[in-house]
Design a protein around this ligand. Structure first.
Ligand code: LLP
Length: 439
């Protein structure tokens, strides 16, 4: 267990002789005492390390590359500020995520606005705020953005999101590059070409590049190379037919991370280097100038940086069937097990050296039978108050959280070098009542 834990925990994690897990120099027992549970702990060292891995591996192999932090994985002004400091750009998908970037003082020219149904007011806000790039997803948006830009007296710098028809091996719900997808202009059936023609004719749009995103939690490099090849071939065709000048190119995000010992994602550097070298090679063969190379990882930046922390409460044994142990969080702060059958490595943060003694199922606290976090896992005999620590929880947990059952969302702390800073306070009952009017 400890061996797997080593490979999923944040880089600063450590275990004391007495078996207490510490992150960023902060024992989880102390964090639980001070901030309560459930608690999400983000490790600044891991965030910065993963960002630097992208920045360094790309810049070592490519002169003009920009890794964006895909803020949908976890949109928080403090994390976004760190992304700005590390020289990253930002992928946003809503006015809310733009507003987080604005609040963090993020350089807006390095912001890319994605989404398959951006609202007119969101597009207007993005242009008004000075968001650098809009990644246009569909025909309706070409017209809408052209009109809004015209009314605002601006030109929008756009990339087109292309559906390349590439199969990536991941969960159906998070697969986006295949033909049957709600995202983007399908390449194999001519919609991508039609989009280029229309965008080139739109007076208030500057079509500067092509984008694709083929899915999430991907471990193979091959689909990225295939995607780049398809995009570049398409660009060549569009240059001949419509005078496209591709100065930016993006194969999206989606690089996978390790959740359990069964996951073996190749290092970030492999992806960065392969993508960079592929584009360089193809451009050299075409005799084209290198476009800016954009990648947009979310999970592989922030996933490993976050650890969920729950306290054990009740338990129930059904002889010869199952033992349930319940924690004080569940599907409203991490819906991934219920939604994707996602698996995690589960640790007892205050008893890291204790051997497993029995098989239990960790259930959440929400009123739904499907609120089971971790099925049939080997654990020491757990007692109320024990701390369940869940590595690889930094991405798409709080980002997809809800107030189901009207439970306040957890607090978030950022740890670094023996310091813990509350970066998001726990929601209160007042927060839940307040939006209801005339009570
Ligand atoms: N770019 C675009 C256009 C995307 O749609 C996404 C993720 C990303 C970048 C970042 O992907 P990442 O590097 O984080 O894999 N809720 C699911 C994941 C949904 C991903 C949505 N799009 C999950 O919990 O696994």
């Amino acid at each position: 267990m400890i061996e797997v834990a080593d490979r999923v925990l944040p880089v600063s994690a450590d275990v004391s002789d007495s078996g207490v897990l510490a992150i960023g120099g902060m024992p989880v027992t102390e964090l639980a005492k001070e901030f309560g549970t459930p608690l999400y702990i983000y490790d600044e060292a891991t965030l910065r390390a993963n960002m630097r891995r992208y920045v360094n591996a790309l810049s070592a192999n490519y002169p003009d590359a920009l890794p964006l932090y895909a803020s949908k994985a976890y949109s928080d002004p403090h994390v976004v500020k760190i992304a700005a400091e590390e020289g990253m750009g930002l992928d946003v998908v809503s006015a809310g995520e733009i507003a987080v970037g604005v609040a963090a003082g993020f350089p807006l020219d390095r912001m890319y606005f994605h989404g398959n149904n951006k609202l007119p007011e969101e597009l207007a806000y993005a242009l008004e705020a000075g968001v650098g790039r809009i990644v246009v997803d569909n025909f309706n948006e070409i017209d809408l953005l052209n009109t809004i830009a015209g009314q605002a007296g601006k030109r929008a710098q756009i990339l087109l999101r292309i559906g390349p028809g590439v199969e990536a091996h991941t969960h159906d719900y998070i697969k986006t590059g295949a033909l049957d997808s709600k995202f983007g202009f399908a390449l194999p059936i001519g919609q991508a070409e039609e989009a280029v023609a229309r965008a080139q004719a739109a007076p208030h749009l500057d079509l500067i590049g092509l984008h694709a995103h083929i899915g999430s939690q991907i471990f193979d490099i091959e689909p990225y190379v295939d995607t780049l090849d398809l995009l570049i071939q398409f660009a060549q065709d569009m240059t001949d037919k419509y005078g496209l000048q591709m100065t930016e190119l993006s194969p999206g995000g989606g690089w996978g991370i390790r959740y359990t010992g069964a996951d073996d994602p190749p290092p970030i550097e492999d992806l960065a280097e392969t993508v960079a070298v592929t584009v360089k090679d193809r451009m050299a063969a075409l005799g084209w100038d290198l476009p800016r190379l954009v990648v947009e990882p979310g999970r592989s930046i922030v996933g490993q940086a976050g650890v969920g922390l729950y306290a054990v409460g009740s338990s129930k044994t059904i002889p010869d069937v199952r033992k349930y142990v319940a924690v004080d969080g569940g599907m409203a702060d991490n819906i991934r097990p219920a939604l994707y059958d996602a698996l995690y490595t589960v640790l007892v943060g205050n008893r890291m050296h204790d051997p497993a003694e029995e098989t239990v199922t960790i259930a959440g606290r929400y009123c739904e039978s499907g609120d089971v976090l971790f099925k049939d896992i080997a654990m020491p005999v757990l007692n109320p108050g024990d701390l369940i620590a869940v590595p690889s929880s930094g991405a798409y947990c709080l980002a997809m959280s809800s107030n189901y059952n009207l439970v306040p969302r957890p607090a978030v702390v950022l740890v670094n070098d023996g310091d813990a800073r509350l970066i998001r306070r726990r929601e209160t009952l007042d927060d839940l009542i307040q939006p209801h009017l005339d009570v």
